[in-house]
Structures are given as structure tokens and as C-alpha cells.
Design a protein around this ligand. Structure first.
Ligand code: GDP
Ligand code: MN
Length: 390
């Protein structure tokens, strides 16, 4: 789960990371008030969306008067901001962060991620941070410093100092960097984070280190024991298809194709998507209905898949172990009746109660296309979609 920049800054500040003073605004007027409260003569107004790359997309601006703050804020509110990291729809801007402007001498990059190879938290850092960090990672990967942390020992003082030296920091900056590294590590570990990123971490004109941007994401499976983090969820930043599916106990990931998938088990769902691609089609989604799916849950799965307007064919692929083919078949028939389904549906059933499942499908009199194997089902789905498109 992702959170906003201002939320990440608040958390990191609690652990000891220095951040600029700022305030949240839900309207242009409020943005103006925040600037006045903060005082000074320059402010940075920043769109709060769950995405990086806001600077390059026009979502961050240095403003030199209260009127300019309010004007820029007015152009941002309600806008869908499209960045390099979002899809073509972008993310809606409903909150702004107004911050006293910082005097930047140098921009560094600092990230904490989970390195699956070493099974450890890894620090990635660079003396050349800011908006071009992705280019740097691509063109000059050796300039990125990496360091893994032994979970039994934690981040040791000497490791942190070594990294500070590698980044070319001097004098008092070294102790500041050690504090920042330790604070980020503690926040990461204590809050079940998956990622902490500060880009840019700047050296100010006065020579101090300050986090100008912050990003954190959290392990969704650990949210049950982190209610204070779960509370930070912002549904306005999520794909509505995925949020609604999650509410219904379905694991759904929206994709770009037009063959809607209703499948049990993540592994079978992945295999089915591969098979669709192999047959020359494109899946519209990943969807795992889980084990022991009732007819009602199958109907909810149909509703979720149909919410995507790109879907032209639905493929139901069930290999029932814990599930029951007769329940799934009942669900398919129920979906036709309740949702007024008009799209072609390919059904492949195997496993527990398959005979009863097939009987229900045959007796329904509905124009269902049945298939015997996964391969057969994928081919039929792609063929049906091509016939429709022709
Ligand atoms: P991102 O593009 O979504 O990662 O947003 P950032 O918060 O990193 O802001 C983008 C860029 O705006 C930064 O790399 C900075 O160069 C610039 N910026 C952010 N805050 C300030 C500030 O207080 N003063 C100045 N001069 N520039 C800033
Ligand atoms: Mn940034």
C-alpha cells in the first residue's frame, strides 16, 4: 500500500529525519493560508498523488507570492495528473502540500528496498539524485551505491558512516547522514514497510541534509497489525476496479486487454493469462476467486470483470479442488440472470463435482461456450473475440 508524500514525511520526521515545515490543503484558498502561516517569501506547492515524477509532469512548483500559490493550486485541484509512473488516466489531485522553499546546493538519492536475492533490506544511494535518477540508474548504474543490512545486527554505525563517505559527505553532514540512515531503517523495519525513498535528499546552502521528498509503501499483508498505517489508505489513488474487488474478497489486477478472466488460484490465473497470450489474445485482468467460492462470489467476480468496459469475452477457468464446479456453474447461470450478461462466456470446468457442473451449464440453455482443457478454453476465447472484432 502506498501513502502520500506528506504522510511519509510525517512518519520519517517522527523517526528523526529532518523535513521542511509544511501544511496540507484541500482547496486553493487553504493553500494560500498555509503559505501565510508558514511565512517566508517562497513556497513549493506539491500535488499529493501516489506517484513520483510529479516535478516533470507539472505537479510541483516554486511560488513566490501567496497569490501565486493560490493560482497554481487552483490549476491542480481536481486534475488528473499524468506522470511517467502513472497510466494514461493519471491520478486525481485532491490534496496539496505547501512547504517553505529550501535552498538547494546538491540533490542526493536515498532508497531502502527489499532485496529478494540477499533476503535483506538494501540501501541504494547516489550523490546525484533528483528528477533524473532513473536515467542515471540506466546509463551509469555503477554510480549507485548499494549496501545490504544484516537483520540480526541491524544497520551498524560503521556501515552508515562508510556510505556517508562514499557519497562524498563532509564534516557534520556525516553524522547527519548516519542519523537519517538509521531513522529510515527503523521506520522501514518497525512499520513493515516495503520501500522508503527520499529523492531528493538535499544539502542546503547552510550545508545541512533535509528530505525534500519522501515516499513509503507498506506490506499489505502486515496492515492488520499496523492500524495507524492502514488508516492512511487513500482510495482516490487506487484503481477503482481493484479496490472494489478487494472489498469482495477477490484478488484482482486490471490489465490492458479485452479477455476477462475468472479463475481460481493465482497459479492457474497466471497460466491462463500466458495461454491467452500464446493463442494471440490479451487478458483484461488477473482474477483469483479463491477457494470455496460460493455462487454469489462468482457473480461478484462477473460484476468486477464487467466493470471494465474493454472486456469483450469472458473466460471462466476452474480447476476445482476446494472449490466445487457445481457452485461455480450455478454462479455463472446466476450472473447471466442477475447481470443481464450479453457477452460470450467460455467455461472450462475440471475437478470436484465436474459432472454436476457440466449438467447445470447444459441444462441452463444459455449460449455458453464450453471447453475441455485450458488450451482449448484460451483458443476458443481468442477465436470468439476475433469473430466479434471482424
Ligand atoms: P517528484 O518529481 O514527484 O519526485 O517530486 P519532488 O518532491 O522530488 O520534486 C521535484 C523537484 O522539485 C525536486 O527534485 C526539486 O528539484 C524540486 N523542489 C522540490 N522542493 C523544492 C524546494 O523547496 N526548493 C526548490 N528550489 N526546489 C524544490
Ligand atoms: Mn522526488
Amino acid at each position: 500500500m502506498d501513502i502520500h508524500e506528506y504522510q511519509a514525511k510525517e512518519i520519517l520526521a517522527r523517526f528523526g529525519v529532518p523535513v521542511p515545515r509544511g501544511g496540507l490543503a484541500y482547496s486553493p484558498e487553504q493553500a494560500g493560508y498555509r503559505a501565510r502561516e508558514l511565512g517566508g517569501s517562497a513556497w513549493v506547492v506539491k500535488a499529493q498523488i501516489h506517484s513520483g515524477g510529479r516535478g516533470a509532469a507539472g505537479g510541483v512548483k516554486l511560488c513566490r507570492s501567496e497569490a501565486e500559490v493560490q493560482e497554481f493550486a487552483a490549476t491542480l485541484f481536481g486534475r488528473q495528473l499524468v506522470t511517467k509512473q502513472t497510466d494514461a488516466n493519471g491520478k486525481g489531485v485532491y490534496r496539496l502540500w505547501v512547504e517553505g522553499a529550501s535552498d538547494i546546493k546538491q540533490e542526493l538519492y536515498l532508497g531502502f528496498v527489499l532485496d529478494r536475492k540477499s533476503e535483506r533490506i538494501m540501501i541504494v544511494a547516489s550523490a546525484h539524485g533528483g528528477m533524473e535518477i532513473e536515467d542515471l540508474a540506466e546509463n551509469d548504474p555503477n554510480s549507485l551505491r548499494r549496501m545490504t543490512i544484516d537483520p540480526a545486527v541491524g544497520l551498524s554505525e560503521f556501515q552508515a558512516r562508510e556510505l556517508a563517505f562514499q557519497l562524498g559527505l563532509k564534516g557534520g553532514q556525516i553524522a547527519q547522514m548516519v542519523n537519517i540512515l538509521k531513522a529510515c531503517y527503523r521506520a522501514y523495519r518497525d512499520l513493515d514497510a516495503m520501500m522508503v525513498e527520499i529523492n531528493p535528499l538535499v544539502i542546503t546552502g547552510a550545508g545541512d541534509l533535509v528530505a525534500l521528498d519522501a515516499k513509503m509503501s507498506f506490506d499489505t499483508n502486515a496492515l492488520f497489525r499496523r492500524p495507524e498505517i492502514a488508516e492512511l489508505r487513500d482510495r482516490s489513488q487506487e484503481d477503482p476496479r481493484e479496490s472494489t474487488a478487494g472489498d469482495h474478497g477477490l484478488a484482482y489486477v486490471g490489465l490492458d486487454g479485452d479477455i476477462g478472466c475468472i479463475i481460481n488460484g493465482a497459479g492457474l490465473a497466471m497460466a491462463t493469462m500466458d495461454m491467452i497470450k500464446l493463442a494471440g489474445g490479451e487478458p483484461a485482468n488477473f482474477l483469483d476467486i479463491g477457494g470455496g467460492a460460493s455462487p454469489e462470489r462468482v457473480v461478484r467476480a462477473f460484476r468486477t470483470v464487467l466493470a471494465d468496459r474493454n472486456v469483450s469475452v469472458i473466460l471462466v477457468n476452474i480447476f476445482a479442488g476446494i472449490n466445487r464446479c457445481d457452485w461455480v456453474a450455478q454462479g455463472v447461470v446466476l450472473a447471466y440472470r442477475e447481470l443481464g450478461l450479453t457477452l460470450p462466456v467460455v467455461v472450462r470446468l475440471a475437478g470436484t463435482n465436474v459432472e454436476e457442473g457440466r449438467r447445470i451449464i447444459d441444462a441452463s440453455g444459455l449460449p455458453l461456450i464450453t471447453a475441455d482443457t485450458l488450451e482449448d478454453a484460451a483458443r476458443k476465447a481468442v477465436a470468439t473475440r476475433q469473430k466479434l472484432a471482424a
